[in-house]
Design a protein around this ligand. Structure first.
Ligand code: HEM
Length: 251
């Protein structure tokens, strides 16, 4: 199915702007500040649309890819499920702080997903502003040159990672086999003053979603999904086919 994300996001922004509510969602704070600064409607709509675009597709790509990688690696699935189910007696006990700090293996699974299936694979461009250019990796790059780092290539390069195309959360858990991996290379949210302002929110969202899913359901991949990750095209985001998953409420 083809979706025009810009149009779809704009529609939602307009719908929300037309509602008078005390709900303290992000639009509440957004509109409060925009009114204070007397921003024109078009500016508010454009900014809010960017947040929806930037926040939804990226997180859903990561969550879908994480489910796929977990379910195609039974050892990972078992270990993660045990960590999550033994940490919480009831689903109501799954609190954000605990999900963030008490589940090291979940953190490793998310890191590994963001390495091998990084949502914004091509990276964003920067422009060399200095009149004298810049030295980048020992090379002189003249002013005005557009530069970028392709996240997918650096995250899956054998110069940076052992078994780069394999999904191995243990490389984030201190496994000696992967001691020489250059883990700092993985920067899915970019770095510097224009890095992703939604980073923490995205990590909360992905981890909470996975913790709830794996606590509550026994999951299995649907038929014909074994090669789901093979041959996916990347423009800036990924073109992901649907991932059917069988979900059975745990006994
Ligand atoms: C896994 C999820 C996400 C990933 C991988 C991701 C990644 C990125 C990256 C790489 C950038 C570009 C930074 C740069 O130019 O250096 C960016 C920008 C941005 N992200 Fe995210 N993001 C995610 C989730 C979110 C969420 C949940 C939100 C908001 C709710 C969000 C809001 C934004 C916004 C508004 C920008 C533009 C910032 C600017 O131009 O200054 N992102 N994101």
């Amino acid at each position: 199915m083809q979706v025009n994300y810009n149009e779809a996001s704009l529609k939602r922004v307009r719908k929300r702007m037309a509602i008078d509510t005390d709900r303290h969602d992000f639009m509440h704070y957004f509109l409060k500040q925009a009114n204070k600064e007397q921003l024109p409607t078009e500016t508010i709509e454009a900014q809010a649309t960017v947040v929806i675009l930037a926040g939804s597709e990226t997180s859903s790509v990561a969550e879908t890819a994480a489910v796929y990688h977990i379910l195609t690696h039974p050892d990972v699935h078992k270990k993660l499920q045990e960590e999550i189910r033994s940490a919480f007696a009831t689903i109501e006990d799954i609190k954000l702080q605990d999900v963030l700090y008490k589940l090291p293996y979940l953190d490793a699974v998310v890191q590994e997903t963001l390495r091998i299936h990084t949502p914004l694979a091509n990276g964003f461009t920067r422009w060399v502003p200095d009149r004298n250019g810049a030295m980048i990796c020992g090379e002189h790059v003249p002013q005005g040159t557009v530069v970028t780092i392709n996240h997918y290539c650096s995250n899956t390069s054998a110069s940076n990672f052992r078994d780069p195309m394999s999904f191995i959360p243990d490389r984030w858990m201190g496994d000696a086999t992967y001691a020489d991996d250059k883990r700092d290379v993985v920067q899915p949210f970019s770095v510097g003053p224009r890095n992703c302002p939604g980073r923490q929110f995205a990590l909360y969202n992905i981890k909470l979603t996975l913790a709830h899913l794996l606590w509550r359901f026994d999951l299995k991949l649907g038929e014909g999904t074994e090669n789901w990750a093979v041959g996916q095209r990347i423009y800036n985001g990924w073109i992901q086919p649907a991932l059917p998953v069988l979900m059975e409420k745990r006994a």
